[in-house]
Design a protein. Structure first.
Length: 409
């Protein structure tokens, strides 16, 4: 691709980047965009960022300093614009005054009409670059399509794909400074104990000695949780016989958490459970790092769990024809080299049985068995730590993205 930045931009190693985000599914989209913006801003000679978001209320839940009612605002040094509008609005005026040169489309979100007109305006002579930042996957195509160029309807507007992933042939995962600091803190037992005490002070807990319990966080799609509650109760009962620690369960905010809490109450509240409020992104990261085991869904939380070094179960979004099983199998192959055969066999069975369904909903139950994996926690922990370390050896996504842009512009 030919240059889309002038010599002054390149010499200063400074560029303008616009990040586009549409909130489609439970904040994972805006969670990724927000984390990427923070990570880019933390790099040496960071780019100047503008964010265009279609759901500022969702953004404000992750970062309470965002004004969900503002069409235009300055936040963390970024310009933040509301997606909705037309060619006569404030956002369109700002983008005409400083025309976009590099545009990141998170998860093929497209572009608002007013911005489409500006990007494909035939008058400006400078070339523009669109980067399709795709969904996270463990499948092989991530390495095949990563950094692949493509054409648009205009010779002045180039396009390329950029894929996050779990291997060195991809863009890697976003590793923002806040998460990295919390991860280092949670890697030592004293630091993890302090973190747990802080979380309990903020979130509250009905359990005595809660900081020493076996912490489990559940953030999954809506389903019938009666079997999971029974499994957790059985695992907790082992502690009464001196075969482990009592559990403390955190139910993430949302329909899945509501269903879990309802099943727990219907079973007679057999173990302590904390129904979480919606947590800002940095606090959510801390909770995942403080937990012994997590059930995770989505994009951003999946990446955080993978980087945490703690055992977890990933729930893929159900797709037509159960195509999610292809994605689960691909991720399992990424995990496999880091585990002993016996421990991995139990983990693999849990992943496959938990995800093998056509859809999720209040009446959907599965054949998974949690105790078989939870009881193997000591054997699984080294494998998840090794997997996490392998991801940390990859370049983080923000750095690799900026390097990519400097190579092609």
């Amino acid at each position: 691709m030919t240059s889309v930045l002038n010599a002054r931009d390149i010499g200063e190693r400074r560029m303008d980047i616009d990040i586009l985000c549409k909130v489609v599914d439970n904040y994972g989209d805006i969670g990724f965009a927000y984390r990427l913006a923070r990570s880019l801003s933390e790099l040496p000679a960071p780019p100047r960022l503008r964010l265009v978001v279609d759901d500022l209320a969702a953004f404000a839940l992750l970062d309470p300093a965002i004004d969900s009612g503002a069409a235009v605002q300055l936040h963390r040094g970024w310009e933040v614009y509301r997606w909705q509008g037309d060619g006569s609005g404030e956002a369109a005026a700002a983008f005409r005054a400083r025309r976009p040169r590099i545009v990141l489309e998170c998860f093929a979100c497209g572009r608002p009409d007013w911005l489409e007109d500006i990007i494909f305006d035939p008058c400006p002579k400078e070339e523009r670059l669109l980067v399709d930042l795709e969904h996270l996957t463990a499948e092989k195509y991530a390495e095949e399509l990563h950094r692949m160029p493509s054409l648009t309807r205009s010779a002045s507007v180039k396009k390329a794909m950029f894929l996050p992933g779990f291997g060195p042939g991809t863009g890697g995962l976003v590793m923002d400074g806040s998460f990295s600091r919390s991860r280092r803190r949670a890697s030592s037992e004293p630091g993890r104990s302090e973190l747990r005490l802080e979380l309990l002070a903020d979130l509250g807990s009905p359990a005595a000695g809660a900081e020493d319990r076996f912490w489990i966080c559940s953030f999954s799609y809506e389903r019938d949780y009666s079997r999971i509650v029974a499994d957790l109760a059985a695992f907790d009962a082992l502690a009464a016989r001196g075969q482990g620690r009592h559990i403390l369960v955190f139910a993430a905010a949302g329909k899945g958490g509501d269903r879990l809490a309802a099943a727990w109450a219907g079973a007679g509240k057999p173990f302590p459970l904390v129904a979480l409020p919606f947590l800002p992104q940095e606090r959510w990261d801390e909770l995942l790092l403080a937990c012994d085991f997590s059930i995770i869904r989505g994009e951003d939380s999946w990446a955080r769990a993978a980087l945490s070094g703690r055992p977890f179960l990933w729930q893929a979004y159900p797709q037509e024809g159960r195509h999610q099983m292809v994605k689960v199998a691909a991720f399992l192959e990424r995990l496999r080299p880091h585990f002993a055969a016996a421990a991995f066999s139990a983990l693999e069975e849990l992943y496959l049985s938990f995800n093998d369904r056509d859809a999720d909903g209040p009446t959907v139950s599965g054949r998974e068995s949690l105790p078989s994996v939870l009881s193997l926690h000591p054997e699984l922990l080294p494998g998840f730590k090794a997997f996490s370390e392998s991801l940390l050896r990859n370049r983080d996504l923000a750095s690799s993205l900026l390097t990519f842009l400097r190579e092609i512009v």
